[in-house]
Design a protein around this ligand. Structure first.
Ligand SMILES: [Fe+2]
Length: 279
């Protein structure tokens, strides 16, 4: 019906120019007046459930699944308690890239920071990545990790990727089943949403949207976006190598560390549940 983004007062199909009101009612169909018994009221768009979380609008084509607020559970309150307040944020930048890995591998990577000390040196200079500081929690359909800024001894040149001065003292990484994530880095008011869109069995489109508060300077916005791009590139190399490994058919079974990787176990249970419900 509609491509791109923006604001419209009506929806017009680009095939035969049938025009619909924003509530889905058919307003007009060219040449329909030449048809006997044609009634626009017979051809409404299919209803879709729509709800929002902060600035994010969710559409659900299913009528018998839990509501968005039920799925989000405690996650919004938990993220707000660690400083994620959407009222201060405006969208600044959006980018997309393709990762050559199944979307579940991408989510698994998001769900643990066991790899951070090895794979993300700048991230690990900025935030605490030890298993005590890096807190993990989960609800029915969501999970979240949070961790404070890393404390460096006075006078120690930590070589941070950006200046984390600001109201947010923690990083937090929320996941909503099946593929929506929300990141807040320490520093000025900020948020980054990442959507992991499966486009093929071994290919995932990652869409990222950055939001910042009015106090974030152009310099810190640039540095924070660069930081996220760097961490994203580090993760991309990892998940693509995992995909190549799994595709070799020489991996009969893996093993999770259920302390550091328990959010992956949470995700795996949701995958297994969804697959058995679909069977
Ligand atoms: Fe990572």
């Amino acid at each position: 019906m509609v491509q791109g983004s923006g604001r419209r007062n009506v929806l017009q199909c680009h095939y035969h120019a049938w025009t619909y009101d924003l509530d889905g009612r058919l307003i007009s169909a060219p040449r329909s007046e030449r048809e006997e018994g044609f009634s626009t009221s017979d051809f409404c768009l299919q209803p879709v459930r729509v709800d929002s979380f902060g600035p994010f609008v969710f559409a659900n084509v299913s009528t018998d699944t839990p509501s968005l607020s039920e799925c989000l559970g405690e996650m919004p309150a938990r993220m707000l308690a660690d400083g994620l307040d959407f009222s201060a944020l405006v969208a600044v930048e959006r980018s997309e890239w393709v990762v050559e890995a199944n979307w579940k591998i991408v989510v698994e990577n998001f769900d643990e920071c066991y790899h951070c000390p090895v794979a993300h040196p700048s991230f690990s200079r900025l935030m605490a990545v030890d298993p005590v500081s890096y807190a993990l929690e989960s609800g029915r359909w969501w999970s979240r990790a949070s961790t404070p800024l890393r404390i460096w001894p006075e006078g120690h040149a930590a070589d941070l990727p950006y200046d984390p001065t600001g109201p947010c003292n923690a990083g937090q990484f929320g996941f909503l089943w099946p593929n929506f994530t929300l990141v807040q880095n320490p520093g000025p008011d900020n948020a980054m949403a990442l959507y992991f869109v499966p486009v093929a069995p071994e290919r995932t489109l990652v869409i990222s949207e950055y939001l910042f508060g009015p106090d974030a300077s152009p310099e810190v916005i640039r540095d924070m976006v660069d930081f996220n791009v760097l961490v994203g590139a580090e993760d991309q190399r990892l998940v693509e190598s995992v995909q190549r490994g799994l595709s070799s058919n020489r991996v009969p079974q893996g093993r999770l560390l259920l302390d550091s990787e328990r959010l992956i176990a949470h995700f795996h249970r949701l995958v297994a549940e969804a697959l058995s419900a679909a069977a």
